[in-house]
Design a protein around this ligand. Structure first.
Ligand code: NI
Length: 204
């Protein structure tokens, strides 16, 4: 009799455990997408901006909700990384085909002294008519560098009459819900960028 009671108690405890296991959360965890870029989902910086676009419109990140957004920081006088990156992103957008409309590339200048609205209008849409150039006041630009933890340093050329800007050469990627998701290093190659953006657009 005692043995039987113990068996019943044991069975009940087992059932309770089962109920508590399945009762709270039976949603299987979503498998993590295999991004080539660094997954920065949930970081507490790079949350957005308030700037002016190359047509003179005030813009914030929320204006591009519904699209995957690639934010790249640079300057139009850049001899190498900036034009290369924009050309690469234009090629990736073409590769996306019809989904290219769901990709928004934003080029934010870290050199607003020289990158006026007109300079950005001449430079950015030349890579793709849908690309947008953005600039801010010197104060907004300084805040941006903090908000995005950017490295930016002016370097005078040999004759001292001009300068280059050494800068963070990666891009931040937001999903269509406006959440920060990826940091893409420059030089990952267009195939890696294409794959990652396809994953983001597919809801990864
Ligand atoms: Ni550059």
């Amino acid at each position: 009799m005692r043995k039987r009671l113990m068996l019943i108690a044991g069975a009940l405890a087992g059932m309770m455990a089962l109920v508590s296991m399945t009762g709270c959360d039976n949603q299987p965890p979503k498998p993590k997408a295999n991004f080539a870029s660094t997954d920065v989902t949930g970081i507490d910086y790079a949350k957005g901006f308030e700037l002016t676009d190359h047509t003179g419109q005030k813009r914030t990140l929320a204006d591009y909700r519904g699209k995957a957004v690639v934010v790249f920081f640079g300057f139009t006088h850049c001899p190498d990384v900036c034009p290369t990156t924009l050309a690469e992103l234009a090629a990736v957008k073409k590769e996306l085909g019809a989904d290219g409309d769901k990709l928004q590339v934003l080029f934010i200048t870290v050199d607003p002294e020289r990158d006026t609205q007109q300079a950005l209008a001449d430079f950015v849409p030349a890579f793709d008519p849908g690309f947008v150039g953005l600039y801010g006041t010197p104060e907004q630009t300084a805040k941006l560098q903090q908000d995005y933890k950017l490295f930016v340093q002016k370097v005078k050329n040999k004759t001292g009459d001009s300068y280059n800007v050494d800068h963070t050469a990666g891009s931040y990627v937001y999903d269509p819900q406006g959440r920060i998701r990826l940091f893409m290093r420059s030089g990952q190659g267009p195939q890696a960028v294409l794959n990652d953006l396809k994953l983001i657009l597919a809801g990864a």
